[in-house]
Design a protein around this ligand. Sequence first.
Ligand code: CTP
Ligand code: MG
Length: 227
Amino acid sequence: MRSALVVPAAGRGDRLGAARPKALVALAGVPLLVHAVRRAAASGVIDVVVVVAPAGACDEVAGSLRPLLPDVVVVPGGAERQDSVRLGLDALPDDVDVVLVHDAARCLTPPAVFAAVVSAVRAGAPAVIPVLPVSDTVKRVAGDQVVETVERAELVAVQTPQGFDRSALQAAHAAAAPGAAATDDAGMLEALGHPVLTVPGHDHAFKVTRPLDLLLAHALLAAEATS
Ligand code: CTP
Ligand code: MG
C-alpha cells in the first residue's frame, strides 16, 4: 500500500493580498506550491501527490510540477479549504492507505516533518498532527473585555502535514456538514472520537498568511542558500 500527499492550494490568499492566488506567488522565482511539494518529495516517504489547484490554473500547476513529479495529479479546488481537501481525497488511487494533508502555504516545511508524520501513522495512529508550543500569552475575550487567561502550558499551535489513516479521514469528510468549513482536518476526526497524536512541529513549517510571512520565507531561503 502507498502513502499519498494531498496539497490544498486552491485558496485566494486574501490576507497576503498578492495579485495571484497565494500558492502561485513566487518565492525566489519559484511558486510557494512548488517549494512545498519539493520538500515533501525530498522526504522519500510520499508515493502519490494530488494537488488541489485554483480553478483555471490546473494546467499551469501541472506544468510547474511535472518536471519534479511526472505523475502528479492536479484537480480544481472548492469554495472552502475543507471542500478542496475532499476533492483531493476523491482523486486518490485505491491502493493508498495513508494520507498526508499539507497546506501549500506551509512551503518551507522540512522533509523530516513529513517522515515523522508518516511513520507515526504507520505505527498505528489514525490521526497525527505536528505541533509547537504557544509563545504568546493567550486570553479568552468577549468583545474588548478579558474573560480569562488560558493556561499556556496546555496549548499548542497546530501545523501541517497532518497524517491520517485514509479510510478514517474519508469517513470524517463524508460525515462533516457541508459548508462547516473546518480549517483543520484532524479536528474532524477528533469530532468522531478518534485519538489524535501529536509529533514535534518545526519553526520553518509556519504558514505564509500575511506579507510579513513572505518576508520571513525570503530570509530563510537566503540563509539556506548561504549555509
Ligand atoms: N485552500 C484551498 N481551498 C480553499 C481555501 C484554502 O485549497 N478554498 C488552501 C490554501 O491554498 C492554503 C491552505 O488551504 O494552501 C491554507 O489556507 P489559507 O492559509 O487560509 O489560504 P487562503 O485561503 O488562500 O488565504 P486567505 O484565507 O488569506 O484567503
Ligand atoms: Mg483561507
